[in-house]
Write a new protein. Structure first.
Length: 130
């Protein structure tokens, strides 16, 4: 998991795959990751088809990033900030919101709301004994 070059192994900025983020928790096909540095590139590609990443800052969930069967980012759910008074909200597209309406974002679908709930349950219950 590393920036824009997962499929080639090196990003456009010369960063090796896996050098930008590290995994803090994994549950099935969902990986919770945090940046290795403030300058880490955003997650754009992966080596695992259909992976879902959750970016974490400290103990806060920042975003949920969906990858497609071609290992490219297709959707991001922003959890930690508002977009025109809407929080959380979704952006569709590889770059950011190129597949959204003119307002630049979308409200969460029922399926996306279930994913947010699932991610929150996994994250906030990670220390509980099973």
């Amino acid at each position: 998991m590393g920036g824009r070059g997962a499929s080639s192994g090196v990003s456009d900025k010369g960063n090796a795959y896996g050098s930008q983020y590290h995994t803090v928790l994994k549950s099935g096909n969902i990986k919770f990751v945090t940046k290795n540095s403030r300058d880490s590139e955003t997650l754009m590609e992966t080596m695992t088809s259909g992976r879902v990443y959750v970016t974490v800052g400290g103990d806060e969930l920042k975003s949920i990033i969906y990858m497609d069967k071609n290992n490219k980012r297709v959707k991001t759910i922003d959890l930690d900030h508002k977009h025109k008074d809407t929080q959380p909200h979704t952006h569709h597209g590889y770059f950011h919101n190129e597949n959204d309406s003119a307002k630049g974002y979308a409200n969460l679908s029922t399926e996306e709301k279930k994913m947010v709930e699932r991610v929150e349950n996994i994250w906030y219950n990670r220390h509980s004994k099973r």
